[in-house]
Design a protein around this ligand. Structure first.
Ligand code: SF4
Length: 405
C-alpha cells in the first residue's frame, strides 16, 4: 500500500510518527528513496517531540490545521486520561465540550513550547481541520451515542483524523497474506485463524504448488494436506475446511470464488471476517475486517463500546464512508501489529497519541517505546514473503521463507 511516509517534522503527528519510525524507520526511510519527499520518517530518528514543535507553523497545512485544533482538541480528548503533557489539555475539555474546546485550543500552544510532548499534540491537533469537511459530508445519519460523552460528530471527526494519520504512517498498508488470486486468498485467510500471517505465508507456497486450483485441493488426500498445514496449528480442522470449501467452489461455483458475501459465508470455514477480507482485497468491494487487532484498537480509541464483531463492524462502519472501509481495516490492523500491541502498546512512539484516549496504557518513554516497535517500524522483516512493491519501496523487507523461519 504505498511507501513509508517520513516526516521532516512539519506535521504534529509526524513527530510521533517519526519517532515511531525511529530506528527502524530510519532504515526504512533511508532506503525508500522514493518516499523521500515526505521527509517525515527522515526526521524521525531524532528527538521526535522537539523537532516538530518548532516546525509546526509549517506552511501548507497551517490554515486548515489551526481551525481544527481550535475546536477539536477538546472534543476528541475528553475521555482521555493522558499523562502529563497530553493529559493536561485532554482532560480539561472532557468536562464541557463546546466551551472547553476553545480554551483548550488556546492553552495547548502555550504549553507545547515547554513540554516535549506538547509539540506532538499541536501537530496532531492542527491536522484535525481536514476532518471536518469529511464529517460534514458523510456524517452517518442514525448514530448511537458514542462512549465517553463525546458527541457523535466529534467522534466521527476524531475517528477520521486517526485514519488519515494512520494512512500517512502506513501508506503501504495491505493485506499481509500472500496470494495471487481469490482462491489463494480465501484459503490463506481460513488458515490464518489462531496463527500468524507469517506462518501462513511460509506454509501456503507448498500447498498451492501441489494444489493450485479448487479442483486439485478438493481431490486431495486429507492426510497429505494435513502434513503441509501442520505448522499452522489446528491442521486437521483447517484441512477439513480448505478441502470442504474447495469442493464447494468446484461443485457450486464452477471453480471460482464467489464475489458475494452471502455466498462466501456459506463456504466451510468462512465467516464474515474472512468474507470481507476476500471481498475487499480480491474483489475491491468495501468491507471492514474485525479481527483481534481491530477490536482492541477501536475500543482503546473509544470508537465503540460494542464487544461483538458484528456490532463493532456496524458501529465503526457508521463512522466512515463505505469507500474507506477496506483501507481503514488495513491501517488499524497495521497499527495494532506494529505499535499498539495488546500487552504493551508503544505509546511513546505512537503518531496518533494526541488523538488517543488510551494514551499511557503502554510505554510512554520514547526511547523505550521505540524498542517495542515491530516489523518495518522496528527495522525488521514484514510478514509477507512477497509484499507489494510499495512496501519494498518504503524500506520494508520480505519475510524469510519457511526453511529460514
Ligand atoms: S494506546 Fe498508545 S500505542 Fe495505542 S493508539 Fe493509543 S497512544 Fe497509540
Amino acid at each position: 500500500m504505498g511507501e513509508q511516509a517520513p516526516d521532516g517534522g512539519r506535521k504534529p503527528a509526524k513527530a510521533a510518527r517519526t519517532a515511531a519510525a525511529g530506528k527502524g524507520p530510519a532504515e526504512e526511510t533511508a532506503a525508500p528513496g522514493k518516499t523521500a519527499a515526505p521527509g517525515k520518517t527522515a526526521a524521525a530518528g531524532t528527538a521526535p517531540a522537539k523537532a516538530p514543535a518548532k516546525k509546526k507553523p509549517a506552511a501548507g497545512k497551517a490554515p486548515v490545521e489551526k481551525t481544527a485544533s481550535t475546536e477539536k482538541t477538546p472534543a476528541e480528548k475528553p475521555a482521555a486520561k493522558k499523562p502529563a503533557a497530553n493529559a493536561a489539555s485532554a482532560e480539561k475539555p472532557a468536562a464541557e465540550k463546546a466551551p472547553v474546546k476553545k480554551t483548550a485550543a488556546k492553552k495547548t500552544p502555550a504549553k507545547k513550547p515547554t513540554v516535549k510532548k506538547a509539540p506532538a499534540k499541536k501537530s496532531a491537533v492542527k491536522k484535525a481541520a481536514p476532518a471536518r469537511k469529511a464529517v460534514a459530508e458523510a456524517a452517518p445519519a442514525a448514530a448511537v451515542a458514542p462512549p465517553g460523552g463525546e458527541s457523535h460528530a466529534a467522534l466521527v471527526r476524531r475517528a477520521r483524523r486517526i485514519d488519515r494519520e494512520l494512512a500517512e504512517v502506513y501508506p503501504y498498508a495491505h493485506p499481509e497474506l500472500d496470494f495471487e488470486n481469490p482462491f489463494q486468498l480465501v484459503v490463506a485467510t481460513v488458515l490464518s485463524a489462531q496463527t500468524t500471517d507469517l506462518r501462513v505465508n511460509q506454509t501456503t507456497p507448498a500447498l498451492f504448488a501441489k494444489y493450485p486450483t479448487p479442483e486439485d485441493l478438493a481431490a486431495a488426500v486429507p492426510e497429505e494436506v494435513e502434513e503441509i498445514l501442520r505448522p499452522t496449528g489446528f491442521f486437521r480442522a483447517k484441512t477439513k475446511s480448505v478441502i470442504g470449501l474447495s469442493k464447494a467452489l468446484a461443485e457450486e461455483f464452477g471453480g471460482e470464488v464467489p464475489g458475494r458475501l452471502e455466498d462466501l459465508v456459506k463456504l466451510p470455514g468462512v465467516g464474515r471476517k474472512t468474507a470481507f477480507v476476500v471481498l475487499g482485497n480480491a474483489f475491491g468491494r468495501p468491507g471492514i475486517t474485525v479481527d483481534t487487532h481491530f477490536q482492541r484498537l477501536v475500543r482503546r480509541w473509544q470508537w465503540t463500546a460494542e464487544t461483538e464483531p458484528d456490532k463493532i463492524e456496524a458501529a465503526v462502519g457508521a463512522l466512515f464512508p463505505k469507500s474507506d472501509w477496506t483501507m481503514l481495516s488495513h491501517h488499524v490492523i497495521f497499527h495494532g501489529r506494529r505499535i499498539c500491541h495488546a500487552r504493551k502498546p508503544a505509546c511513546g512512539a505512537c503518531p496518533i497519541a494526541p488523538l488517543c484516549p488510551a494514551y499511557g496504557e503502554g510505554e510512554t518513554d520514547p526511547e523505550k517505546a521505540k524498542k517495542l516497535l515491530k516489523y518495518e517500524k522496528g527495522g525488521f522483516p514484514g510478514q509477507r514473503l512477497n509484499p507489494p512493491q510499495s512496501y519494498l519501496d518504503a524500506g520494508g523487507r520480505p519475510a524469510p521463507p519457511a526453511a529460514a523461519g
